[in-house]
Design a protein around this ligand. Structure first.
Ligand SMILES: [Zn+2]
Length: 431
């Protein structure tokens, strides 16, 4: 894929280099796929826009339940079906199509483009962060703004621009006592049970209405301003979208607005699992000797990870002391990533709003996402320039799932939107 992109870009007259990243992990002889860096145009009178995308995809096998061979792109009715069609080969090709279209129509390209296409996105972007920081003042030094097309519309009918992502801090709580699993008929009632302790601890983290019970966490959340509140007014999202996505009516909030705020701009705590607990079918009378609970918080402005760790550790410590148990407990942070929040009134966004309006004839919804795309924050921090998320596909495209698709409409209009964005961004006054 890297060599394919290199060939395509070079054929259009771009300068391209493949950055080798060396072997994947110590002791292997498998090299990481190279990062494709490229430049198209170097006119000092034009703005320079960095576009990021990834050419790797999730694994896919026909046996997983695909209707067609996943690695052969097929058109069925108004859909292009195949692995990567929407995530993210389609959008990557969209940038290439945009250059081609300009050349064929004899229209001057409005900006200088800088490309960064990686091949490890679906595996944690190994090697990319270091490269971005290293090249911030070299290969990326002239960049005025960044555009990433690697997410989706909220629903299926209305285009969006995305200005925020939540972060994630993931923890484990280990409780251990006996040196081996015990029989409840022999030892039940005589020893303190790790799983009983652990479930007490987990129950003190969040209540069934989703309220976080760790003191201090909600105080770190940035207050909702009237300007921000307005952004939630006309978003095309209905409770039916939520019902169909979850296959249930298990909603915690009754309105669209409250549901979206809970997903985008407030922290949430989820319990994920318990390692070491009996989980097979049947009725085994075991007392597990060691159990590890897993939970994570999705974080938002202005929660700082180290501050959050401190609140989490302190709270669990307090809860633990009240249990008066002779078992041992250990709480660990497994990984964390910071949230990202951009300014949706920045000129980079204003250009994308005009482009969307010109192509789709509607104003885009301004959305955030409940999950994370860590590279977004890396680009913003390293380059200190605005980052815009400008998605091409729809919310039901099935990225990472079977029968991944992109609608023909979204592809064609998506390429037009990316192109129109480059024209608007070339003339949008800096604010
Ligand atoms: Zn992707």
């Amino acid at each position: 894929m890297a060599h394919f992109l290199e060939k395509e870009l070079k054929a259009l007259g771009a300068q391209v280099e493949l950055r080798e990243l060396g072997p994947q992990g110590a002791g292997t002889n498998v090299d990481l796929p190279p990062i494709v860096l490229g430049k198209y145009g170097n006119d000092p009178n034009k703005r320079t826009i960095l576009v990021y995308g990834h050419y790797d995809v999730q694994p896919a096998l026909l046996e997983d339940g695909w209707d067609t061979e996943p690695f052969t792109l097929v058109q069925k009715d108004d859909k292009l079906i195949g692995r990567g069609s929407t995530d993210d080969k389609g959008p990557v090709l969209g940038w290439i199509n945009s250059i081609e279209a300009h050349q064929q129509a004899g229209i001057e390209f409005p900006v200088n483009l800088v490309f960064c296409f990686e091949g490890m996105e679906e595996y944690g972007s190994e090697g990319l962060d270091d490269l971005i920081h290293e090249e911030a003042n070299k290969f990326f030094k002239d960049v005025d703004a960044t555009c990433i097309s690697d997410n989706y519309w909220l629903g299926t009918t209305h285009p969006v621009l995305t200005y925020g992502l939540r972060g994630c801090s993931y923890y484990s709580v280990t409780v251990e006592g006996p040196s081996a699993d015990l029989h409840s008929g022999i030892f039940g009632g005589m020893v303190s049970e790790p799983l009983i302790d652990l479930t007490h601890v987990l129950a003190q983290l969040v209540d069934p209405q989703g309220k976080i019970l760790i003191p201090g966490v909600n105080d770190l959340v940035a207050p909702l301003t009237p300007d921000e509140e307005k952004l939630y007014d006309n978003i095309k999202y209905s409770m039916d979208d939520l019902y169909s996505a979850t296959g249930s009516k298990t909603n915690l909030f009754d309105t669209e607005k409250e549901s979206l705020k809970a997903r985008w701009r407030y922290p949430t705590l989820s319990l994920h699992g318990i390692e070491g607990a009996f989980s097979a079918p049947g009725a085994k009378t075991v007392i597990p000797a060691k159990v590890i609970g897993k939970f994570s918080l999705r974080t938002v402005p202005n929660i700082q990870p180290r501050e959050l760790d401190e609140l989490v550790f302190k709270h669990i410590d307090n809860v633990w002391k009240k249990l008066n148990s002779k078992n041992k407990i250990e709480v660990k942070l497994l990984h964390d990533g910071l949230w990202w929040l951009s300014d949706p009134h920045h000129w980079n966004f204003e250009a994308a709003k005009k482009a969307t309006k010109a192509v789709w004839h509607v104003d885009p919804d301004l959305t955030r996402e409940g999950g994370s795309i860590p590279v977004t924050l890396t680009f913003e921090q390293a380059l200190k320039k605005n980052v815009l998320l400008l998605p091409m596909g729809r919310g039901d495209d099935g990225a990472h799932s079977i029968n991944e698709k992109i609608n023909v409409d979204n592809y064609i209009n998506g390429v037009k939107t990316l192109s129109a964005y480059l024209h608007y961004v070339s003339v949008e006054p800096s604010s």
